[in-house]
Design a binder for this molecule. Structure first.
Ligand code: NAI
Length: 377
């Protein structure tokens, strides 16, 4: 099968998420890195692209040059990944979709709900794929949890408790480090800091596993480092349309917590627990029964979990492989196979509606508010 041609914007040398995309996209030989505008500094971006093996005429200085260079080529890229800071996602995503190129956009997809609605509209109008990198949803044991809920193995879901809380921005003396600061700068990050950065992964996961959507929420935001304009800690209570109760804590000042993403799903006949620091195991307790550990790669998993278990049982499987699973589903989708597990622009839009509702709720002392985008009300 011919490889799909892949381009990347952002994710330059030394960036946080760039290496995971390169490992993920290239892991299965499905994509070739064909074009790139990898850095906000044109020369560094070009130079790095050349070192990664991109041809000189496709190592671009910025994304506009890349769009102009790619859109009329016969051998243009099949997919572009956008791994730049949040404030740039909307215009780059929109421009590439309009040029007829499929997009994988980093989260949060946009800065505002209106921009999110526009991306959903443009993706529909152009018929192009706009995926959003909720990569944790592609861990095999998250897929197992989702399949177990869908096949009724824990009954109707009553309650979801999820945390995405780490301590890596907890040092007030490091708050001005440029890699940290943009995440709390409204001009770069948008209306929300930690909730838009990490909380939306947890909120997406709640919907992804339960097959249900957030309807209302109430939020309490805090900037525990007072120089920050945006929150570094948030508690968000939510209710889902099927009646499920949700609790979400997200923080970047929880010193001692490393990655700190976990989710517990409590149903009428059983409970599930998954944690990103031990991603190979899913903990399952049937009502009245013993707690069991379900291992990635073991016999009898649901099909989606089996398909995405890449490494033999008991061998570690990590974050880049979850990103690789997103690229596998994308390659299938580009080649015309339906993958309803691939997070799409509507998921990105739901997150933006939740972020803006949480900001409004936090300002209104935690008042409960409708968190659905208007197109789903
Ligand atoms: P970073 O600050 O480490 O790297 C950003 C990269 O983008 C740098 O190489 C920079 O030179 C480049 N860049 C900035 N503006 C550009 C432009 N206009 N054109 C081309 N390149 C440009 O940021 P990080 O942490 O890698 O985050 C990037 C995005 O990825 C953010 O939206 C963030 O929310 C998201 N992210 C997602 C994660 C996930 O789990 N899905 C994890 C970490 C980040």
């Amino acid at each position: 099968m011919t490889k799909l041609k892949w381009g990347m914007i952002g994710g330059g040398e030394g960036s946080q998420i760039g290496p995971a995309h390169r490992l993920g996209a290239l892991a299965d030989g499905l994509f070739d890195l064909t074009a790139g505008a990898l850095d906000h500094r044109p020369e560094q971006g070009r130079d790095y692209a050349l070192r990664l093996g991109v041809a000189a005429d496709r190592a671009y200085g910025d994304w506009r040059e890349m769009l102009a260079g790619e859109k009329n080529r016969e051998d243009r890229i099949d997919l572009v990944t956008i791994a730049t800071p949040n404030s740039t996602h909307f215009e780059i995503t929109k421009a590439f979709l309009e040029a007829g190129i499929n997009v994988l956009c980093e989260k949060p997809m946009t800065m505002t709900v209106e921009e999110g609605e526009e991306i959903v509209r443009v993706a529909e109008a152009t018929g192009k794929i706009c995926a959003v990198n909720y990569c944790y949803s592609a861990y095999p044991m998250v897929r197992q949890a989702r399949a177990m809920v869908r096949s009724g193995e824990i009954g109707k879901v009553r309650l979801i408790v999820t945390n995405f809380s780490h301590g890596h921005h907890g040092d007030a003396t490091d708050a001005d480090n440029p890699r940290v600061r943009w995440r709390y700068d409204p001009a770069m990050a948008g209306v929300s800091g930690q909730f838009a950065d990490c909380g939306i992964h947890a909120l997406h996961m709640a919907s992804f596993i339960s097959n249900d959507e957030v309807e209302n929420l109430s939020a309490d935001f805090a900037s525990t480092i007072p120089s920050r304009q945006l929150e570094d800690d948030a508690m968000v209570n939510f209710r889902m349309s099927g009646g499920t109760v949700g609790r979400l804590w997200t923080s970047s000042v929880a010193i001692g917590r490393q990655h700190g993403f976990d989710i517990q799903v409590f149903g009428e006949t059983g409970g599930l627990r998954w944690t990103s620091e031990q991603p190979n195991q899913l903990i399952y307790t049937p009502v009245g029964g013993r707690t069991q550990i379900i291992e990635k790669g073991e016999a009898g998993l649901h099909e989606d979990a089996q398909r995405l278990s890449r490494v033999a049982i008991a061998h570690p499987e990590g974050f880049p492989l979850a990103v690789a699973n997103i690229y596998c589903d994308l390659a299938d989708a580009i080649r015309g196979e339906t993958r309803d597990s691939l997070p799409r622009a509507v998921d990105g839009l739901r997150s933006m509606a939740a972020v803006h509702t949480a900001v409004a709720s936090a300002k209104a002392n935690g008042a409960w508010m409708d968190a659905r985008p208007s197109i789903f009300r």
